[in-house]
Write a protein that binds this ligand. Structure first.
Ligand SMILES: [Zn+2]
Length: 306
């Protein structure tokens, strides 16, 4: 196994894991796209499993270059990326993550923006290149369960969609030494889940926006999220994870991303209250093993052999 420094670990600063620790804890790896996806999306679930004793790792594909950051948040930071990485470290600490690794791609912006074409953009990278890199992290960290975005990247963000496809490829490639070969031993994780934005939550969002005279087709800071269309996309919910016990940690992680607080994943205000109304639960669709009809899990580690 190569030394950790050959991989780009952002958090923690000091090596945390010994080989014995790796053998005894359940391990979960989330592969996401931007610094803040881990807190605004499935943060409750990540915090819950870290709290319950699992080692929870994050691979973050981009540096979040295009997150809008007001000038007051840049004091003491050389760039937007530096600020967002610092926020990610703080969030990782709140969530109790065992490690955060960066792929270092450039944020691609929303669909159709010129940033999609930037040579360093995640959306412009060959899918096999991204999948090969995610595969190496699966072989390095040997997670029992892998989590990523749903097939439409939650709200059709091109970086989320790339992270989804690369993770699905990597999940199936990691056990085959012939695919994306490396010095690391092949490894097959046992379960793969896609995080879902609650459709009830989205539908309620559409109703509320109409009620307040806003266009639900133009949600988010830049008005580029079509909430009405998203609410109509239906994915089966195979697992619901309650994170009521770690609500404080999830909230602290979301607040760590202070520079991003007025984006689509707002941690304060009305949407936060709606989230709590829904009972502090995250929803997931199971991709592997193939779900049996009527599957309804309340634990992502159910039937996992450690
Ligand atoms: Zn994102």
């Amino acid at each position: 196994m190569p030394a950790f420094h050959e991989f780009e670990r952002l958090f923690p600063k000091e090596p945390l894991l010994g080989p014995s620790a790796l053998e005894t804890h359940p391990r979960i790896l989330a592969v996401l796209a931007h610094p803040d996806d881990e807190s605004f999306g499935m943060g409750g679930t990540l915090a819950f499993y870290a709290w319950s004793g699992a080692q929870v790792f994050l691979v973050c594909a981009t540096n979040g270059d295009l997150g809008e950051v007001a000038p007051e948040f840049l004091h003491g930071y050389a760039s937007v990326v530096e600020r967002r990485k610092a926020e990610l470290c703080k969030a990782a600490e709140s969530l109790g993550l065992a490690g955060v690794y960066m792929l270092g791609y450039r944020d691609s912006g929303m669909p159709g923006s010129p940033d999609n074409q930037h040579p360093q953009a995640l959306a412009a990278a060959p899918l096999d290149e991204v999948a090969a890199r995610v595969t190496q992290y699966i072989r390095l960290l040997r997670p029992h369960v892998v989590l990523t975005f749903d097939p439409i990247g939650g709200y059709r963000h091109p970086d989320h969609i790339v992270a989804h496809h690369a993770t699905v490829k990597a999940f199936h490639a990691a056990a085959d030494s012939q695919v994306y070969p490396s010095d690391l031993a092949p490894y097959q994780p046992q379960k793969l889940y896609f995080h879902l934005i609650s459709r009830t939550f989205l539908r309620l969002g559409v109703i509320l926006m109409r009620l307040f005279g806003k266009d639900p087709k133009r949600f988010g800071r830049n008005g580029d999220i079509n909430l009405a269309a998203l609410a109509k996309e239906d994915f089966p919910v195979h697992a619901q994870i309650s994170y009521r016990l770690v609500e404080k940690q999830r909230k602290a992680a979301a607040l760590a991303h202070a520079s991003q607080m007025s984006g689509p994943g707002v941690a304060g205000g009305v949407f936060e209250r709606i989230l709590r109304f829904f009972g502090s639960k995250d929803q997931f669709m199971r991709a592997y093993p193939a779900p049996e009809p009527g599957l309804h899990e309340s634990d992502l580690l159910a039937d996992v052999r450690i």
